[in-house]
Design a protein around this ligand. Structure first.
Ligand SMILES: Cc1cc2nc3c(=O)[nH]c(=O)nc-3n(C[C@H](O)[C@H](O)[C@H](O)COP(=O)(O)OP(=O)(O)OC[C@H]3O[C@@H](n4cnc5c(N)ncnc54)[C@H](O)[C@@H]3O)c2cc1C
Length: 639
């Protein structure tokens, strides 16, 4: 393949880079890259992995302090702050403009927003979002925390009646937050109105002590050191009181006399979830892409086996085992980034209107991005062999972040059930003509109108968009048909629904990618076309098992499809440097010993080992020497 140039030392601002990042995102990234690395606290000089949990968290708090200071001084946008969080890594201030602000924005009344938003934007209050309970995560109907209205004082009394009602996993609650948005049942005159949101101050604003009537514990370490700088917390309420005005009143509200005004528009309750899942749909792709960027540069440098002219070994990127994993993953993550951004933009545009299709779209986007991102980062690590496992490679850091994303903001299987419900509803009311996302249900309604036997034994045919689209639609319609049949029979469909969601999103992401390419710059058109073709055909090949036993594809079709995939791979190969060049992650962003700009990866890896704190191991030498003489004591005692 054409040689992969040096890793970038500066962001690329070419038309292709603008297209891939999005012009505003790229501008923000440039602003941040110009400013943040100048500050000592952001220079990546501290080996965070070597710090104790306590010191790590303390360091992250200092970084948060510096970032908030810079952000206020520069007058940057909230999006700048969100992007900076993503670049620096988890800090306790991460939830402030994500889940905390987004819920206030989507679910408070205008008067409440006028009161709370300035405090949030000044960081006068520090926020978190407390929904999950020890006994209730996915099933929010089971939430036990209660907010009972006391009409004599015009307050709510918060109670966590059992251990299982303790709030848990709450990011930034353990030691940082002053306020929590608490999801709790609303009880008025003994009547349970279900879950509502409440703004609850949890710490004293002068002393930072936890307020009376509340207990908070920091949750301790998470597996694989996931989100180590974030203090997830466990919280219980014991008769803690808050004013009535702190119930979120954007849709439902409670009058002074205890009259409950139910929501007119039920969309409100899931708007913030839709926004955050939309955001994750593209952000996770960028994180995975960064890992693939590191891996690609390393495998282009690394040589193993095979004598070439001049006695050089073969670059590992030239092996089929590497290309077949790396190139489709790059294509997939670009598709995820571009589609995810379209989802975010569509959600922004549709705020306040009927969001049913946005809801489905954001579920598909979040599930697809998190499932693929975790796997693609693992691919990146495996491609780098043993060196991929160094902490300094940076791939483990990405993996822990992305793997957890399959659970937070909704477990992949559980939220996929929402697509299943939408399909069932649409099927029952015959709504596929009005909900374009589910248009493939027409194939089940009128099977004879569609080809039941696709015969494409020439590999060239698989590069045709109409043929590609037919297979993707047919596949998701088969899965939807099985799902509907199993639902009718009363079977538990919660396993198959993930495959259905992935197939649904495969179809829409291929379509979305091609439609995005219509506005791509001339400079990158060829590269993006080859990328889209590889993404599509690799998706077709990965989905082949759905057709087992069906008449739709013959043995020859499958053989020619696999040939077409190999052609797509070969055609994409020369464009890989151009695509990676558009991402141009800087060393400050990658923080990886596998793609440094000023030295070789080998120098970086060995240099890193030279800095190990165990190189001076004199403090344990007496113990080691003693261990080596233990056998003598045993021998003497036997004599
Ligand atoms: C790193 C991290 C950060 C988090 N941050 C926050 C936060 O800031 N605030 C907050 O409120 N929460 C937070 N959470 C909690 C998170 O939202 C929940 O963990 C998540 O919603 C899943 O719920 P659960 O843990 O109860 O899993 P469970 O619901 O207990 O799921 C366990 C298993 O059962 C399966 N399952 C559950 N229900 C069904 C079903 N109906 N059908 C089929 N299978 C099912 C799931 O697929 C899963 O495999 C965080 C979690 C993590 C890991």
């Amino acid at each position: 393949m054409a040689s992969l140039s040096q890793p970038a030392s500066e962001p690329n601002t070419s038309p292709l880079a603008k297209f891939i990042w999005g012009p505003e995102n790229l501008q923000r990234r440039c602003d941040l890259l110009k400013e943040l690395p100048q500050h000592a606290i952001f220079k990546n000089e501290v080996n965070l992995a070597a710090l104790s949990r306590r010191d790590h968290w303390a360091y992250r708090v200092q970084q948060a302090q510096a970032l908030i200071g810079i952000w206020l001084k520069k007058g940057w946008s909230r999006d700048h702050f969100l992007d900076a969080n993503r670049m620096i890594g988890e800090m306790p201030c991460s939830p402030q403009f994500r889940i905390f602000f987004k819920n206030i924005q989507a679910q408070m009344s205008p008067e409440q927003k006028a009161f709370w938003i300035p405090k949030v934007e000044r960081f006068e209050i520090l926020g978190c979002y407390a929904q999950t309970e020890v006994g209730h995560g996915s099933n929010l109907r089971g939430i036990e925390t209660s907010a009972t209205f006391d009409s004599t004082t015009d307050e709510f009394i918060l109670e966590s009646p059992t251990v299982s009602s303790s709030k848990i996993w709450i990011g930034a609650l353990g030691a940082w937050a002053t306020h929590a948005i608490v999801v709790s049942r609303l009880i008025v005159n003994g009547h349970d109105h279900g879950n509502h949101l409440f703004m609850v101050q949890v710490r004293d604003l002068k002393t930072h002590d936890v307020l009376p009537g509340i207990t908070i514990y920091e949750q301790r370490d998470k597996t694989l050191n996931t989100l180590r700088g974030l203090d997830n917390g466990v919280m219980r309420f014991f008769g803690h009181r808050i004013p009535r005005s702190q119930m979120f009143a954007g849709s439902s509200s409670l009058s002074r006399d205890g009259t409950y005004n139910p929501p007119i528009n039920k969309n409100h309750s899931y708007t913030s979830m839709v926004i955050i899942r939309g955001l994750l749909s593209s952000e996770l792709g960028l994180d995975a892409m960064k890992a693939l960027y590191i891996a690609a540069h390393y495998v282009a440098f690394r040589r193993q086996f095979g004598a070439n002219p001049g006695g050089m070994e073969t670059r590992v990127i030239d092996y089929a085992s590497v290309k077949n994993r790396l190139f489709p993953a790059i294509a997939r993550e670009v598709a995820i980034i571009l589609n995810g951004r379209q989802i975010t933009a569509a959600i922004e545009e549709r705020l306040g209107t009927n969001m049913e299709d946005m809801h489905i779209m954001s579920v598909g986007g979040k599930v697809y991005a998190s499932e693929h991102a975790a796997r693609d980062v693992e691919i990146a690590r495996l491609l780098c062999g043993g060196h991929g496992t160094h902490e300094s490679a940076g791939l483990g850091r990405s993996y822990t972040l992305l793997s957890a994303a399959r659970t937070y903001e909704g477990d992949s299987y559980v939220i996929s059930l929402q697509l299943g419900r939408a399909i069932t509803k649409c099927w029952q009311r015959g709504g596929e003509d009005t909900l374009p996302a589910l248009g493939y249900l027409r194939r089940l309604r009128k099977p004879t109108a569609y080809q039941q036997r696709l015969r494409q034994d020439e590999s060239q045919a698989w590069h045709d968009r109409a043929v590609q689209d037919d297979v993707l639609e047919q596949r998701v319609s088969i899965l939807a048909g099985q799902f509907l049949e199993d639902t009718r029979k009363g079977k538990d469909t919660s396993f198959q629904v993930l495959e259905l969601t992935m197939a649904h999103t495969d179809l829409h992401y291929v379509r979305g990618l091609y439609s995005a390419l219509e506005s791509s710059p001339e400079e990158g058109k060829m590269a993006l076309k080859a990328l889209a073709n590889l993404f599509t055909i690799s998706t077709l090949v990965n989905g082949l098992s759905t057709f087992a036993g069906s008449d739709y594809l013959s043995y020859n079709d499958i053989r020619s499809m696999k040939e077409a995939y190999q052609t797509a791979l070969v055609e994409f190969e020369p464009h890989v440097p151009c695509i990676l060049g558009a991402f141009a992650f800087t060393p400050w962003e990658t923080r990886s010993s596998l793609c440094p700009v000023d030295k070789s990866p080998y120098d970086a890896i060995v240099g890193h080992a030279m800095g190990s704190e165990l190189n001076d191991n004199r403090f344990m030498r007496p113990t080691i020497l003693n261990i080596r003489s233990l056998w003598k004591n045993q021998q003497e005692s036997r004599l």
